[in-house]
Design a protein around this ligand. Structure first.
Ligand code: KIV
Length: 276
């Protein structure tokens, strides 16, 4: 861990919600990536990430669904438990999937408890503002840390109809600012802001004392999150403006698989040293 760019984080082994708050206070940026399985979680954690999000984007990148709606609570628990077995230091946040908390606050609490108990997760994330406040209150009262999620909320895609930038007009901007305050007052330990104007995201980060993590929300927030498969270039279809690709694994894996196929077909593999 680089002490110059991570003075707070470099002093602690395990990331907790308190460490994240101290990072915000020290103006130290927070790094967050998704992961859905043991092997990737191990790599991401050992690379020094602060937070792993077991996102319901697993529905898209792991299961091939068009939206995040189909993934179930049990499937999220399977992914989260695999991630937990792979990590030592980072904080793990798990998405409550669509349909597991919108019904009522009792249902929300029982879904959150199931994730904590069966996956060994450290915290949960819910999409929405004032409309889910009662659920957030109940989950936090049970001692479960909650991360909020405002702006583009993919579980409501059929309500909005598009994945376009959110909160562009005054009314939506004001509502989002109010919702951020409601989430903070309810006791959320952090908020994800997805695909909103950078200026508004900066305002939110200044308004609340809890860390604000952005995705497509500019540089004025307290940290950034990306979907691992997108930033590694594992999938080729998704390339929004906010995405920076750090690798081109689709091509690299294709080349490796093609080399393997050739080696098998030409009986180059296995050679004498690769057999018993
Ligand atoms: O599910 C997910 O990956 C997310 C991020 C986009 C924040 O919620």
């Amino acid at each position: 861990m680089n002490k110059n760019i991570s003075p707070v984080r470099s002093k602690v082994k395990k990331v907790t919600t308190h460490v994240l708050k101290a990072m915000k206070q020290a103006n130290e940026k927070i790094s967050m990536l998704t992961a859905y399985d043991y092997s990737m979680a191990q790599i991401v954690d050992q690379a020094g990430i602060d937070i792993i999000l077991v996102g319901d984007s697993a529905s898209n990148v792991m299961a091939g669904h068009e939206t995040t709606l189909p993934i179930t609570l049990d499937q999220m628990i399977y992914h989260a438990a695999s991630v937990i077995r792979g990590i030592e230091n980072c904080l793990v946040v798990v998405d409550l999937p669509f349909g597991s908390y919108q019904g009522n606050s009792k249902e929300a609490l029982s879904s959150a408890i199931k994730i904590m108990k069966e996956a060994g997760a450290h915290s949960v994330k819910l999409e929405g503002g004032r409309e889910i406040k009662e659920s957030i209150d109940r989950i936090i009262s049970a001692g479960i840390p909650v991360m909020g999620h405002l702006g583009l909320t993919p579980q409501s895609i059929y309500k909005f109809g598009t994945y376009a930038v959110r909160a562009k007009n005054e009314e939506e901007k004001n509502r989002l600012l109010e919702d951020a305050k409601i989430l903070e007052d309810a006791g959320c330990f952090a908020i994800v802001l997805e695909k909103i104007p950078a200026e508004l995201a900066k305002k939110v980060a200044e308004l609340v004392d809890i860390p604000v993590i952005g995705i497509g929300a500019g540089a004025g927030v307290d940290g950034q999150v990306l979907v691992l498969h997108d930033m590694l270039g594992i999938n080729k279809e998704f390339s929004p403006r906010f995405l920076r690709r750090y690798n081109n694994l689709f091509e690299q894996i294709t080349t490796s698989v093609q080399e393997y196929i050739k080696d098998v077909k030409t009986v180059d593999f296995p050679n004498n040293k690769e057999q018993y």
